[in-house]
Design a protein around this ligand. Structure first.
Ligand code: ADP
Length: 424
């Protein structure tokens, strides 16, 4: 029985009791009067409620329909339509908010006050290796990291850093989580993958320690020689030998400092506007060849094949230092009598520069690491004043010039260092 039927039966019962009572005390006419009064009261009550409904539905504009009921139904229908529209609008807004949350590079997670996962975006799911089914579970049960466990329990701790192993590929991720109170008892976790910045920090520390080491080694050697020189018992020949060795170490220190400054300039320049101008690459390579011959001083058989008039856009000073480093290395690492050839060519719009030597060559395990800063196959090898920064500088310069370095080498046989420019 619905509420309308219930109200009807209640009224009929009420009217029946009143009219029945009136019959008992006043006879038939009293019965009719009581019945009329009951119906009139009921009618008035309905009119009163109808008036309230009318006022409620016509807050903004009055009904002008001739038929009151038709007007009220029309207004109700209109309200329904409006509600539906608002519901759709809300749905669209929610979907839009979710799309915005999904493109954020950081993970966002809403936790209930017991630490249950109420909502997360895809990035949080990836960062913490979660699955969609983990929703509504306790976070400490799905990510079993003691440090995170402690963080979630101690609400006073505002942030935490920890490492997590990626499930599919086993890589270690470094994560940072900060918490923010949300609504009355919940909280929002903001999850950032800081692996890259941690790696940069690690590289920076490694670089500083390598640089200090590279400068300290020749400095220690210099100090040792100085102590010997203070010894009066040295004859002039020994003194001369020590001075020459000291000069070599001082030269090495100067080279390290110069290369460090070049690297620092290049890495800063990376973010600045590049200052490239049109230049004649053929003339530049010719200069590299002549300077290499000067360095070799006829100890090697040197040849060059340089295609004329190749024009590119670039920084002449940086390109010279990159290409000459490759050619000078060939001179340094090729024993006397060896062959060195330099080639510059343009084939189907592809410009390439190649330095080929028959020198000491490089074992395959070293090849991938050659362009790392300070990497040298043998410390104090054939190039006594080498810094291990030359190829790192070369890589930076080539990157700025949209060119790549390819190294091919065989131990004891020789090497080929090739530079290829991207086709225009
Ligand atoms: P370095 O100042 O020591 O020459 P580079 O960065 O220019 O530094 O080179 C890194 C290392 O690569 C060198 O120490 C050397 O071991 C190796 N190398 C570079 N060029 C050659 C080459 N042509 N033949 C053999 N080894 C080379």
């Amino acid at each position: 029985m619905n509420s309308v039927s219930r109200a009807l039966w209640r009224f009929l019962l009420f009217a029946g009791i009143i009219a029945g009572g009136a019959w008992l005390f006043g006879g038939q006419s009293a019965f009719l009067i009581a019945l009329c009064v009951c119906f009139s009261l009921q009618l008035m009550s309905h009119f009163y409620q109808l008036r309230r409904l009318h006022d409620y539905l016509t807050v903004e504009s009055a009904l002008d329909d001739e038929n009151l009921w038709a007007g009220l139904f029309a207004r109700l229908h209109e309200r329904d339509k409006q509600n539906l529209k608002q519901k759709q609008q809300l749905k669209q807004n929610l979907a839009r908010f979710q799309r915005a949350a999904e493109i954020m590079p950081e993970g966002i997670m809403v936790l209930s006050h017991q630490g249950r996962i109420e909502w997360f975006n895809q990035r949080a799911l990836q960062h913490l290796n979660l699955r969609e089914e983990d929703k509504n579970h306790l976070l400490i049960n799905v990510v079993r990291i003691p440090a995170l466990h402690q963080f979630l329990q101690q609400r006073t701790q505002k942030e935490i850093k920890f490492s997590l192993q990626d499930n599919p590929n086993g890589l270690i991720h470094h994560l940072h989580i900060s918490r923010y109170p949300f609504e009355k008892t919940s909280e929002i976790l903001h999850i950032t993958d800081i692996s890259l910045s941690e790696e940069i920090q690690l590289n920076r520390n490694r670089f500083i320690s390598n640089a200090s080491h590279e400068l300290r080694t020749p400095l220690t050697v210099l100090k040792g020689f100085l102590e010997h020189l203070l010894d009066d018992q040295l004859d002039s020949q020994q003194r001369q030998m020590f001075l020459q060795l000291m000069q070599q170490q001082a030269q090495r220190m100067e080279n390290v400092v110069n290369d460090l400054m070049t690297l620092s300039r290049l890495t800063q320049q990376h973010h600045q506007e590049k200052q490239h101008t049109p230049l004649n690459l053929s003339a530049l390579v010719e200069r590299v060849f002549q300077d290499s011959q000067g360095l070799s001083q006829n100890r090697h058989q040197m040849s060059a094949s340089i295609a004329p008039n190749i024009q590119i856009s670039g920084n002449e000073h940086d390109l010279y230092s990159a290409l000459s480093n490759l050619a000078f290395n060939a001179v340094h690492y090729t024993p006397e009598g060896g062959e060195i050839s330099i080639v510059l060519q343009q084939d189907n719009g592809q410009i390439s520069f190649k330095v080929k030597d028959t020198g000491i060559g490089i074992a395959p395990e070293h090849l991938p690491r050659l362009t790392e800063r300070f990497y040298q196959v043998q410390k104090n090898g054939a190039n006594k004043t080498g810094t291990g920064l030359g190829l790192a500088i070369c890589k930076y310069v080539l990157m700025e010039h949209h060119a790549t370095l390819h190294i091919d080498s065989e131990l004891g046989k020789g090497s080929v260092f090739a530079v290829k420019w991207k086709k225009n």
